[in-house]
Design a protein around this ligand. Structure first.
Ligand code: ADP
Ligand code: MG
Ligand code: ZN
Length: 607
């Protein structure tokens, strides 16, 4: 390379490095003055008389803003509020000096991004330079077919730790044993212990399996080879198997270490089930995996971890002792777990005083860790789009609807009659939700169309996380599902097509009660579920159902019986509450969306 050019480049890089260092440093001193501080602590400090003065700065989106508190000991603290007037009034009554600053415009974003842009550019240049200096680096991609593809995480880089995995206390406890072994194998070998070779993490998507595996490697401070099951399965025959071989060879050289196979179901599916017949590529890969796992001796210092959300389709051979003999179930978090996960994901996200993490945790049953992460991220995006530097409860509420239902589309013009029908439809759902004992209460009722094509929605707050469904609750679910259509029938002469999804859900629930849960009158305790799992396409072809036409007819009758009796019941309840139905629908037409309090007030007025 031209020497002069190289010198100039070096000079520029040095300049950038200095600039970055300076800007990072100056940011740091700024940050340190912002210790977390809350409205409550502020009030305490005011009472204690520790405060010199406060400065209130409004955001572009009034009346939100930030409050800088100057303490008598020369320190400075900041917190955020949804309404600055509250602080001004409070300071007024307590005789605290209060300065009101200007409206803060979100102009600083680019300036604060600058250092990061420079670091990014620096990183872009680095490999380029190295390459030039080293002179090597030919194109050897073509030679790498059979190479393992696994990425090895160096033990020295920054790694995930157990404290970044929230909730999952028992799961972590179980895996600590593995960490101990990797850290100090001698201790275990001395007493003749056999450490499991393989650990299988099983659980629904987004519950933190991948995160957990990374944390094990992080805690143990050993190399971590990670590969996804689908990486093994490629176009070229034989590649998968040779990748497995290669992976284990690398691992042996680096033991003690962890091999992590994410989404192992892609390779380890039950053999002989594919439509293509016996020996396909995947099977060879799986065979090779089993051979390798049997091949390395006990306590050799390699632990194979794998994750899947479908343990039922795995080949049984993989679960035999000496292979994945340890199974750790990673479940969806409960209220406490959700609160802990939320607390992990609000790090670095400034919150206004009205954001109640406990409340968010309570209203998100069924959310996985990934869902919660997504929820808080959406809330942060909404805050940033409003040029605000912190998150309000309103953002979280909007994000909740966006994540759960799809963005509300306020811009769509809805004809008056359609609005009216939707209002009665949703009121019908909502009233049944409220009045039936095991479902609800109602969180929001809305007739704002959402992205997924629904004309409106009624969102319940399940009070607890039930593992089981009961017969009573399923019947109530069916009634609630019918409420929308019944309300339409009661008010209008005609009915709409809008209830098709409701009807589908109702039918599915009723059918499941009869065929899966033994909850019908005449069919009793027998499973009549039709096995329609597509994964088994090869295995069960032509094996659709295992009962006669007569039974099929009987099932249909039982389903209809359930549906009909629920219909009568739901219709009776709605007829008895006609006044609430009208009041609720009118309120919806007026306000488009009503909250739990507004909705429940309608019932109070009645009596
Ligand atoms: P899985 O592998 O089970 O599908 P991941 O481990 O990939 O799920 O989780 C996806 C993301 O969700 C993680 O990167 C993390 O941000 C978040 N997450 C999931 N579970 C947790 C948890 N228990 N604690 C903290 N964050 C979590
Ligand atoms: Mg994963
Ligand atoms: Zn409906």
């Amino acid at each position: 390379m031209n020497k002069q050019y190289k010198n100039i480049l070096l000079f520029v890089i040095a300049l950038l490095a200095v600039y970055t260092a300076i800007s990072l440093f100056s940011q740091k001193t700024y940050r340190q003055s912002q210790t977390p501080y809350t409205w409550r602590e502020f009030k305490e400090d005011v009472t204690a008389g520790d405060i010199q003065s406060v400065e209130v700065t409004q955001n572009a989106e009034v009346p939100t803003g930030s409050v800088t508190v100057y303490m008598k000991d020369d320190s400075r603290k900041t917190f955020y509020v949804t309404d600055v007037n509250e602080v001004i009034d409070y300071a007024d009554t307590r005789d605290v000096t209060c300065v009101v600053g200007n409206v803060k415009k979100a102009g600083g974003a680019f300036t604060s991004m600058l250092p990061y842009i420079f670091i990014f550019m620096l990183m872009m240049f680095m490999p380029y330079m190295m390459n030039r200096v080293g002179g090597g680096g030919g194109n050897n991609k073509m030679m790498n077919f059979g190479k393992s593809r696994a990425t090895m995480l160096d033990p020295n880089t920054k790694r995930v730790r157990f404290d970044q995995v929230a909730g999952l206390q028992e799961e972590k406890e179980e895996l600590k044993e593995i960490v101990d072994f990797l850290k100090n194998p001698a201790k275990f070998i001395e007493v003749g212990a056999r450490i499991p070779k393989g650990v299988l993490l099983v659980g629904p998507p987004g519950t933190g399996k991948t995160l957990l595996a990374k944390a094990v490697a992080g805690e143990a401070e050993v190399p971590f080879f990670s590969i996804s099951g689908s990486d093994f399965v490629e176009m070229f025959v034989g590649v998968g198997a040779s990748r497995v071989r290669d992976l284990f060879e690398d691992a042996k050289k680096n033991s003690p270490c962890i091999i992590f196979i994410d989404e192992i179901d892609a390779v380890a599916r039950r053999r002989g089930t594919g439509l293509g017949g016996g020996h396909d590529e995947r099977e060879q890969t799986l065979n090779q995996l089993l051979v390798e796992m049997d091949g390395f001796g006990v306590n050799e210092g390699i632990i194979v971890m794998a994750a899947t959300n479908r343990v039922d389709i795995l080949d049984p051979a993989i679960l035999r002792p000496g292979r994945f003999d340890r199974k750790v179930a990673v479940g969806r978090p409960d209220v406490k777990g959700r609160e802990e996960i939320l607390n992990v994901h609000i790090k670095g996200k400034p919150l206004a005083q009205d954001v109640d993490i406990h409340q968010i945790a309570r209203t998100t049953p069924g959310f996985s860790g990934a869902d919660l992460e997504n929820l808080m991220n959406e809330a942060a995006i909404l805050a940033a789009r409003n040029d605000r530097r912190f998150i309000k409860m309103e953002d979280v509420r909007k994000a909740f609807i966006k994540v759960g239902i799809g963005t509300e589309k306020k811009s769509r013009l809805v004809p008056e009659l359609e609005r009216k029908i939707t209002a009665y439809h949703e009121s019908g759902h909502a009233i049944l939700f409220h009045l039936l004992p095991d479902v609800g209460p109602v969180y929001t009722v809305s007739i704002i169309p959402t992205g997924v094509g629904a004309a409106g929605y009624t969102m319940p707050v399940p009070e607890n996380d039930n593992v089981f469904n009961t017969r009573g609750k399923m019947l109530q679910d069916i009634k609630v599902g019918m409420g929308g259509r019944i309300a339409e029938e009661l008010i209008f002469d005609d009915v709409t097509t809008g209830a098709s999804q409701d009807i589908k859900n109702v039918t599915e629930t009723a059918r499941a009660m009869v065929t899966q849960y033994g909850m019908s009158e005449s069919l009793g305790f027998i499973n009549y579920e039709e096995d329609s799992d597509e994964v088994f396409l090869g295995k069960d072809l032509g094996h659709g159902r295992n009962f006669s036409e007569d039974v099929a007819k009987q099932i249909d009758m039982e389903v209809k019986k359930i549906v009909d009796s629920c219909y009568e019941d739901a219709k009776r309840i709605l007829t008895e509450n006609m006044d609430v139905l009208h009041a609720c629908a009118n309120l919806l037409i007026e306000k488009e969306r009503i909250s739990r309090d507004e909705f429940e007030a309608l019932f109070d007025e009645k009596c």
